[in-house]
Ligand binder design. Structure first.
Ligand SMILES: [Fe+2]
Length: 340
């Protein structure tokens, strides 16, 4: 059953798959990347998503780029329709054992990007999806070029669909708010995000910006004025890192219904939970002095995972004063850090 019979568009968002048939376990279960990816693809097929969006870092590209790419394309081809963008792992200045973003684009040509064009704009039912390149070769942080900004503005102006969704790899907003950490700003955010947020916020049918890169699950309503305006910043976790997830987004009459997909492989979540605590991100999080544990932070709350997101405003359950006061702090101190 697709959009024609169901009447509502279903998008799958699967980002930071880090497919690596020869991957080694570190804070992420890269040794399990292939069975995890295959299982999530199966689940997306079972749920008959209309379009699957791969949000970058689709392959690990760390010593065996060609093998990673071959496995990614082979498994993705089981889907009826998929589109992808690149992440920083596809955009390295290639060393031996790595492929360039042009090589990646040429292997997936016809699915979103193609050689010489690392962005796309497609419609599925009443949803317009615009994929953009937020990568900067040689940096893990993000940047959106002037040319990319002009392309996005043009596509936003042309779009006549009821809903618009923009897909990027890097974050536009601190998922870790109300905390602030300079090293995370640098590594995870789009450097010139203010211009991008302003552009997206100026189009009232932009419902959400989908991203990954940070390997955590959080949904925030950003760029709102009081309780109106703005759009959702939907950060999806990585299949290979705890909490091991992809998302389904259903564009219903009043809002986007968000569901989380988790790999159906025995032991993965438990092993991933232990592995992620050994990483640098867990260490840095410890320096924040946050009330929630690192595991709680990356997994997100129910409101970050299985939730109905009204188009016009933030869900009532996550609209206490706290959110707007957190937003004010972040807006007032765009580059400060409490600890780094
Ligand atoms: Fe990334």
């Amino acid at each position: 059953m697709g959009v024609a019979e169901r009447g509502s568009v279903v998008l799958a968002h699967l980002t930071d798959a880090h497919v690596a048939p020869m991957g080694k376990r570190n804070a992420a279960l890269k040794d399990q990347s292939v069975p995890i990816f295959r299982d999530l693809i199966d689940q997306i097929r079972e749920r008959r998503a209309d379009l699957t969006l791969f949000g970058g870092d689709n392959i690990d590209n760390h010593g065996h780029g060609e093998e990673d790419l071959e496995a990614f394309v082979r498994m993705s081809s089981a889907l009826d329709r998929w589109s992808c963008i690149v992440g920083n792992h596809e955009a390295e200045a290639p060393l031996p054992g790595q492929i360039s973003k042009e090589m990646f684009a040429s292997a997936v040509a016809g699915h979103g990007i193609e050689p010489g064009r690392l962005h796309f704009s497609e419609s599925v039912g009443d949803v317009r999806v615009i994929g953009i390149d937020t990568t900067l070769v040689g940096s893990s942080g993000g940047y959106v070029s002037q040319a990319m900004m002009r392309y996005l503005a043009g596509e936003l102006n042309k779009a006549d669909e009821e809903h618009i969704v923009v897909l990027g790899h890097h974050l536009l907003y601190r998922a870790w708010e109300p905390h602030s950490l300079q090293s995370w700003d640098k590594d995870y955010l789009v450097g010139n995000r203010d211009a991008l947020i302003a552009l997206l916020a100026s189009h009232p049918r932009v419902r959400a910006y989908l991203c990954g890169h940070h390997h955590a699950s959080r949904i925030q309503r950003i760029a709102a004025r009081g309780s109106s305006g703005g759009f959702y910043h939907i950060l999806t976790a990585s299949p290979v890192s705890f909490p091991h997830a992809a998302r389904l987004l259903t564009f219903e009459h009043n809002g986007i219904r968000v569901e989380t997909l988790r790999p159906r492989i025995a032991g993965v979540i438990e092993e991933g939970r232990a592995a992620i605590l050994t990483g640098r991100k867990a260490q840095r999080y410890g320096a924040l002095g946050a009330r929630r544990s690192f595991l709680q932070y990356v997994a997100g709350r129910t409101a970050d995972n299985d939730v109905m997101l009204p188009y016009a405003h933030a869900p009532v359950s996550v609209r206490p004063q706290q959110l707007s006061s957190e937003r004010r702090v972040a807006a007032a101190e765009p580059t400060t850090s409490a600890s780094a």
